[in-house]
Design a protein. Structure first.
Length: 710
């Protein structure tokens, strides 16, 4: 009988170990998942309700339903970031100026947009647009200023080295950058004004700094132009006030330097609207050329003529205006080369000419469409010809389709015109694969959509059916592949197999339909039992049951052995269950804390410094809670102050550094370095591991001591 009881007891202990291990693993996994989600949401979850009190934390306010408060908080943060970017730019800190309106700004702007969308007012749309446009203008302004100053250094170096042509090339680029800087500065100041009017943040001082930067660039550019260029003057007249493509106008004029001397015997480039005209000046700076309008608006009465010097020229540009009335002419489009047949992803060429009364029209846009869908654009050359090489997209339907070349002009000197022909679009067969794997009630699928010759079909919808019932859909990626997971219908029992079918059914396409199937097997009774045990509540029930049975058999065994075993042995038997359970509980808590540190390391590797600090803070705070039983419902500073008298000096120094760093990333606008975060996490991890090893050592010493006393 004793042998039988002993055998049963051993079996129960084995079952107890297996069951408790499964529960610990489940708890550790759940803790890890919660820890991973927590830092990403921007909150510190250590109290029962999952938060640490903060000072106007937008995530906490949002959970409380106070959308007005979080809206004001985000508006202030976004506005300050815009203003602080200008401050860094003024100091020449270009990287900081860009980073402050980088990822964190985009994240907070996304939160702001969500709140604005939930409120759904016209003012909300305006505020969102202001911050979206503001960051674009701010980044353009910062990039322009940085590029201008860097180019200016190159310009100065070229002048010092006596390379005047190189200096002039840099000076031309500086002129373009100066114009872009002034334009973006105006946009930035407009955003500052609007933000100052709609938020509690006053950006007038930052707006003055933007003005100062812009003025500095303009003044610098004036100095550059005076150092390496001569200013010019352009005077132009026309032979007539009326012109058309068939009746061009003669342009006559003179080009002189600012001191009155002629820009003589030079090849010069003139720009009339978007047309480039090349001519040559005479000994006295005079020139004559012909202007044949093509894309000039017919309602134009004054036309600008601009002198554009080369990059190495010693002269600056100049411009003049002339009076001109334009009459519209309809051109002819002629197709000279087209395909007879084509298919998906097949390359083909469309060529032709644009002219009027046998006069070639050059620099004219041409759009090519097939089956009513535009497949490319091009521009005519000097002889009026055009050529487009492209591939057929799948969106063009198969069958006989119209190929059309169009001059897409409206209200211009040349009117719209087109020519078309018929092309046969062939249907291409598609190929679809699917691989399905069952995991309890969920199915994980993957596969790829291609043509029969292996060409990837991207951005297409694949529909999934289980035993004929539609359950999900997904979209293929760049290489035609896909992967998705969905729940099985309730009609499919655990023990039943099911057929998973992936279907591609294009509409209005030259690509054919495709489908593929895979069978997922039903779960055996053994698998269902294991899955039942793995469910947290059932595992808990089984754990309690095993413990109770173990206690009953253990008590019976002690009763039978009371005459043969000494009282000390009985006391030791009564102490064993507690000693077996406590290390498991401590290990689970320690694993949860180290999992949080792993999460922090992951965020750090992805350059998500704020999330890394938050995860590290959560881990260390949970560790201190476990070690000392400290108050959980407190702000970071309150927690630090209350812990000072309870924890070691080393732990307090770490907690102080963590708290300062946590508040830095949560509330300050200054960036933090990866090295600082990495060092801090290393110190936290070292302390936690040292303490855990000390606890294990103490537990071992106590056990050895008790054994000696026995």
């Amino acid at each position: 009988m004793n042998c039988l009881r002993h055998t049963v007891s051993v079996a129960i202990v084995v079952a107890l170990i297996v069951t408790s291990s499964a529960i610990v693993i489940g708890q550790t996994t759940t803790t890890s998942e919660q820890a991973t989600d927590s830092p990403a949401s921007g909150s510190v979850e250590t109290t029962p309700n999952g938060t640490v009190p903060r000072h106007q934390n937008p995530e906490q306010v949002r959970r409380d339903g106070n959308t007005d408060a979080v809206e004001r908080w985000l508006e202030a943060r976004l506005a300050r970031r815009l203003g602080d970017s200008a401050v860094h730019l003024k100091r020449g800190q270009y990287e900081q100026a860009r980073s402050i309106v980088g990822g964190d700004y985009s994240r907070q702007l996304g939160q702001y947009v969500e709140i604005q969308q939930s409120m759904r007012t016209n003012d909300s749309d305006n505020s969102t647009e202001q911050f979206q446009q503001g960051v674009k203008s701010q980044r353009t302004f910062a990039e322009s200023v940085q590029e201008y100053r860097q180019t200016y250094k190159k310009y100065q170096r070229a002048r010092r080295n006596g390379n005047i042509e190189r200096a002039r090339q840099h000076a031309r680029k500086l002129d373009r950058l100066s114009a872009r800087t002034n334009q973006s500065a105006s946009s930035v100041k407009s955003t500052y004004r609007n933000v100052s009017q709609t938020t509690s943040v006053n950006l007038s001082q930052q707006s003055q700094q933007v003005t100062s930067i812009s003025q500095n660039v303009s003044q610098t550019q004036t100095t550059v132009e005076d150092e390496v260029f001569q200013r010019t003057s352009l005077n132009v007249s026309t032979s007539s006030r009326n012109a058309s493509f068939l009746d061009p106008v003669q342009l006559s004029g003179t080009l002189t330097a600012a001191n009155g001397s002629a820009v003589a015997n030079r090849n010069v480039t003139l720009m009339v609207e978007n047309q480039t005209i090349r001519t040559r000046t005479s000994f006295d700076g005079r020139f004559r050329t012909t202007y044949r309008p093509t894309t000039l608006p017919v309602n134009t009465s004054r036309v600008t003529v601009e002198y554009r010097p080369s990059n190495t020229s010693a002269y600056l540009g100049a411009n003049d205006t002339v009076n001109l009335n334009v009459t519209q002419v309809t051109p002819n489009v002629t197709l000279t080369r087209t395909p007879n047949r084509t298919a998906f992803d097949r390359r083909f060429v469309v060529s032709g000419t644009v002219s009027a009364d046998d006069i070639e029209a050059w620099n004219v846009p041409v759009a090519v469409s097939l089956g009513g869908e535009q497949i490319g654009t091009t521009t005519t050359g000097a002889n009026g010809s055009f050529s487009l090489q492209t591939r057929l997209p799948m969106s063009v339907q198969s069958g006989q389709q119209q190929l059309r070349a169009t001059v897409p002009l409206s209200g211009r000197a040349l009117a719209s015109a087109n020519e078309s022909t018929t092309v046969t679009v062939e249907r291409t067969n598609a190929s679809l694969s699917v691989n399905a794997t069952r995991n309890e009630s969920r199915v994980e699928t993957s596969g790829r959509l291609t043509t029969r010759n292996g060409t990837a079909v991207a951005q297409r919808t694949v529909v999934f059916r289980v035993n004929g019932t539609r359950v999900a859909e997904t979209t293929t990626g760049k290489n035609g592949s896909y992967a998705t997971t969905f729940e099985l219908p309730s009609s499919v029992a655990d023990s039943e197999s099911a057929t998973v079918t992936a279907v591609y059914e294009p509409s209005g396409s030259n690509l054919g339909a495709a489908r593929a199937s895979d069978v997922v097997e039903g779960m055996s009774s053994h698998q269902r039992l294991l899955d039942w045990i793995s469910v947290p509540w059932t595992g808990g029930v089984l754990f309690v049951f095993v413990v109770l049975v173990g206690l009953i058999f253990g008590r019976s065994r002690r009763t039978d052995a009371v005459s043969d075993v000494d009282d000390a042995t009985d006391a030791d038997d009564e102490r064993d269950p507690d000693e077996r359970v406590k290390p498991v509980e401590a290990d689970a808590e320690f694993d949860a804390e180290t999992n949080l540190l792993d999460t922090a390391r992951t965020h750090l590797s992805m350059d998500e410094y704020a999330s890394a600090v938050e995860a590290g803070y959560v881990a260390f705070r949970q560790y201190l809670d476990r070690q000392y039983g400290l108050t959980q419902s407190a702000t970071p500073r309150e927690f630090r102050d209350s812990a000072e008298s309870e924890i070691s000096d080393r732990e307090y120094r770490i907690l102080s550094d963590l708290t300062a760093c946590y508040e830095h990333v949560a509330f300050a606008s200054r960036p933090i370095s990866a090295a600082a975060v990495s060092d801090l996490l290393a110190v936290v991890e070292e302390n936690m591991i040292d303490e855990e090893m000390t606890d294990l050592g103490n537990a071992t010493d106590e056990s050895d001591g008790e054994g000696s006393r026995d």
